[in-house]
Ligand binder design. Structure first.
Ligand SMILES: NC(=O)C1=CN([C@@H]2O[C@H](COP(=O)(O)OP(=O)(O)OC[C@H]3O[C@@H](n4cnc5c(N)ncnc54)[C@H](OP(=O)(O)O)[C@@H]3O)[C@@H](O)[C@H]2O)C=CC1
Ligand SMILES: CC(C)=CCC[C@@H](C)[C@H]1CC[C@H]2C3=C(CC[C@]12C)[C@@]1(C)CCC(=O)[C@@H](C)[C@@H]1CC3
Length: 332
C-alpha cells in the first residue's frame, strides 16, 4: 500500500520544493498538499503534475491561523484516509519584519557577524497581532494550528503497522531567550517568529515522549536561509538584488545559506529516508549547502529544557481544551 504524505504550506518556497523532491525519491507516494485556498491548491497541483505526470496528488484547503478551518480539514482528512505516514508541518509566517542593520554593523566589529547572519539573533524583530480566534497570529499559524491538526489526526497517526512521522519546519532563529512560559504566545515581545519556532522545538520533544510508544515520531528541521516569499518580504526587492552576490559569497563561510527552496528541503527529504528509531528527539536537523553547492544534513543538539517543554505542553493542552469547547459544533 502506498505511503500517504501530507505537506502544509505546499503552495511555494520550501513546501513546494519538498513536494517535488519527495516525488523524485518515491513516485508511488500519495501526496496530499494543504494550501490556503482552492485556487492555490489547484495551481500547486498542476505545477507538481507538470513535473510528475503519473503522481498521485490530492489537495485540501486549510488556513492554519483559523482554528475552525483546522478542525474542518482534520475531519476531511479523517474521512479520506485511514492512515498518514508523514505529516510535514511546514507552513509558516513572519509578518512585518524589521531588520536592525546597526546590530549587524556592531556584529561586524565584535566578531559575531557570521552568527548573526545565520541565526538573525539580535537582528530581526516582528510586529504581531491578534487573529480572529483571539490568539497571537504567529503562534497560532506557526505552531498552535499545526498542534491542533496533529491532535485531531491522532487516529490516523498512532497505532499503525509502521511508525508515522511528524516533521516540523523550525528554524535556527528559534531561541530560548525569545520564549517565556508566562507569555508563550509572545504578546509582549517583538520576536514572535523566534518564540514560535522555539515553542515548536519544545512541542516536538514532548510529542516524542508522549507518542513514541504509539508509533508516532516527531522531528524538527531547519531549511537554512532560503530565498522564498517569506524572506523576499523582509527587504525591498532592489536591496535583495544588491545583496544577492554577497549572499552567494557568504555561502562559502555559512553552510546554512542554502538559498534555494530545493536545497532548503534537504533535511526534510533526508528524514523521509531515515528509520525514526535511529533519530534523536533532542536534535534539530539542518539543511546545509557547501560553497560548491553540495547539499548535506547536519544534526545539532537543541537548546531545550525538558521540564519547560513539559510545562509548555500542559499549557497547549489547556488552550486546546478551550478551543474544542468553543468549536464543539465542529467536532464529530
Ligand atoms: N525561508 C527561510 O529562510 C526559512 C524558512 N523557515 C520556515 O520554512 C517554512 C516555509 O517557509 P518558506 O518556504 O521560506 O516561506 P513561504 O512564504 O514561501 O512559504 C510559506 C508557506 O506557508 C503557507 N502559509 C502561510 N500562512 C498560512 C496559513 N495561515 N495557513 C496555511 N498556510 C499558510 C504559505 O501559503 P500562501 O502561499 O497561501 O501564503 C506558503 O505555502 C516556514 O515554516 C518558515 O518559517 C525556516 C527557516 C528559514
Ligand atoms: C546578507 C546581508 C549582508 C544582509 C542581509 C541582512 C538580513 C536581511 C538577513 C541577515 C540574517 C538573515 C536571516 C533571516 C532573514 C534575513 C536575515 C535577517 C532568517 C530570520 C529568515 C528566517 C529564518 O527562519 C532564519 C533561519 C533566518 C536567519 C538569518
Amino acid at each position: 500500500m502506498e505511503r500517504v504524505v501530507l505537506v502544509t504550506g505546499a503552495s511555494g518556497g520550501v513546501g513546494l520544493a519538498l513536494c517535488q523532491r519527495l516525488l523524485e525519491e518515491d513516485g508511488r507516494i500519495h501526496l496530499c498538499i494543504a494550501c490556503r485556498n482552492d485556487q492555490k491548491s489547484e495551481a500547486t497541483r498542476d505545477l507538481i503534475l507538470a513535473a510528475h505526470p503519473a503522481a498521485q496528488v490530492s489537495t485540501v484547503e486549510v488556513d492554519l491561523g483559523n482554528l475552525a478551518s483546522v478542525l474542518r480539514v482534520a475531519q476531511e482528512l479523517r474521512c479520506r484516509f485511514q492512515r498518514l505516514d508523514f505529516v510535514y508541518l511546514n507552513a509558516g509566517i513572519m509578518p512585518n519584519p524589521h531588520v536592525n542593520f546597526k546590530a549587524l554593523w556592531r556584529g561586524l566589529l565584535t566578531g559575531k557577524l557570521l552568527h548573526m547572519l545565520t541565526t538573525a539573533e539580535g537582528v530581526m524583530t516582528q510586529t504581531d497581532r491578534l487573529n480572529g480566534d483571539g490568539l497571537q497570529e504567529v503562534f497560532a499559524t506557526n505552531l498552535f494550528g499545526h498542534f491542533i491538526l496533529v491532535r485531531q489526526l491522532e487516529s490516523l497517526l498512532c497505532g499503525n503497522e509502521k511508525p508515522s512521522r511528524l516533521i516540523w519546519t523550525s528554524s535556527s532563529n528559534a531561541r530560548e531567550s525569545a520564549f517565556s512560559l508566562s507569555d508563550y504566545q509572545h504578546a509582549k515581545g517583538q520576536e514572535s517568529y523566534s518564540s514560535s519556532k522555539y515553542a515548536t522545538d519544545l512541542t516536538s520533544v514532548v510529542l516524542n515522549r508522549k507518542f513514541n510508544n504509539q508509533g508516532l515520531y516527531s522531528s524538527v528541521v531547519c531549511p537554512g536561509l532560503v530565498m522564498s516569499n517569506m524572506t523576499y518580504r523582509i527587504l525591498p526587492v532592489f536591496l535583495w538584488k544588491l545583496l544577492m552576490p554577497i549572499m552567494w559569497l557568504i555561502r562559502f563561510f555559512a553552510k546554512t545559506y542554502t538559498l534555494t527552496p530545493h536545497n532548503g528541503a534537504e533535511a526534510h527529504v533526508w528524514l523521509f529516508k531515515q528509520k525514526p528509531e535511529s533519530l534523536d528527539a533532542l536534535v534539530k536537523y539542518h539543511s546545509c549547502t557547501s560553497g560548491l553547492g553540495k547539499n548535506y544534513v547536519e544534526p545539532r543538539k537543541m537548546d531545550v529544557d525538558e521540564e519547560t517543554a513539559e510545562k509548555f505542553y500542559q499549557k497547549l493542552l489547556e488552550l486546546e481544551k478551550e478551543t474544542l469547547e468553543k468549536y464543539s459544533d465542529l467536532l464529530d
